[in-house]
Design a protein around this ligand. Structure first.
Ligand code: HH2
Length: 257
């Protein structure tokens, strides 16, 4: 899954794809490099972010989606109205970092449209989520949350077969908590739905490599995390550097047989 942030302030690619033409070119390049789908987002959810109003999010993503009609697209939003416009324009998957806790209009929309859905774990809200995140056991807590959200989505009429789950790397987690979620990913895979992991460029990678104040990580570090997640059962890897991830994952898959 290639990442296309149509934002001025995303933690890694903020501003790069704010112009619709740049975002479309980036998305097409990612698909050409082997991404199975591109995840288009108009709101940063980086630590400390405040969110954007509906009209601004629509203004950012709709022109991009209009140019990607016919391509495999995911919409990274927690707003039902943004998802509705994206689905009208052919998006196949709704990637909701609030796991249906944000906008009450989102679940019925996804149910009615038959779209795919990603349910992600986040502790708290982006503005404060990195302030001393605390769990009894991070993996068990995330697993219980994802099981509850999966049951909720199914109760809302969303097809179980259309749902994937995501531990939400960096969303209210320390470096060690992020690592534990990948190390013990098999416990989340055991829920029985495909697992998506998005470690790409996140600050934990830079911190593991020795910079305690890092806000991002290198492409090589991202690939290392993606391959580790793949080895433990992740089947969707959300990545900014698509070519590098596709090449590494092809080899990892060949080794796995
Ligand atoms: N991470 C980000 C955004 N959306 N969605 C899922 N399902 N999983 C993730 O790990 C995930 C996500 C944050 O990364 P990015 O989009 O690059 O940054 P920003 O939120 O600053 O735009």
């Amino acid at each position: 899954m290639g990442v296309v942030n149509v934002t001025p302030d995303s933690f890694y690619d903020g501003g790069v794809n704010l112009h619709p033409a740049a975002a479309v070119t980036a998305a097409q390049a990612m698909l050409g490099e082997g991404a199975a789908i591109v995840d288009v987002g108009g709101e940063s959810t980086r630590p400390g972010s405040l969110g954007v109003p509906l009209d601004e999010e629509l203004r950012r993503v709709v022109p991009v989606l209009e140019h990607l009609v016919g391509e495999p697209v995911s919409i990274d939003t927690s707003k039902a109205e943004v998802a509705r416009r994206a689905l009208e324009l052919g998006a196949e998957l709704v990637n909701d970092v609030t796991a249906l806790r944000g906008d009450p209009g989102l679940a019925p929309l996804v149910a009615e449209s038959g779209a795919y859905l990603c349910l992600m774990h986040m502790l708290g809200v982006p503005r404060t989520m990195q302030v001393d995140p605390d769990y009894a056991d991070v993996v068990s807590d995330v697993k219980a949350f994802l099981e509850e959200r999966l049951a909720f989505a199914i109760a809302c009429g969303i097809r179980e077969q259309a749902i994937c789950l995501d531990p939400g790397i960096g969303f209210g987690k320390t470096v060690e908590q992020n690592l534990a979620l990948v190390r013990r990913l098999d416990e989340l895979v055991a829920i029985g739905r495909p697992v998506l992991v998005g470690f790409s460029r996140k600050s934990s990678l830079g911190r593991i490599l020795g910079d305690p104040l890092a806000t991002t990580g290198t492409a090589a570090a991202s690939v290392g995390a993606a391959v580790a997640a793949f080895d433990r059962g992740a089947t969707i890897l959300r990545a900014h550097d698509v070519r590098e991830h596709v090449e590494a994952l092809r080899v990892a898959r060949a080794v796995a047989g």
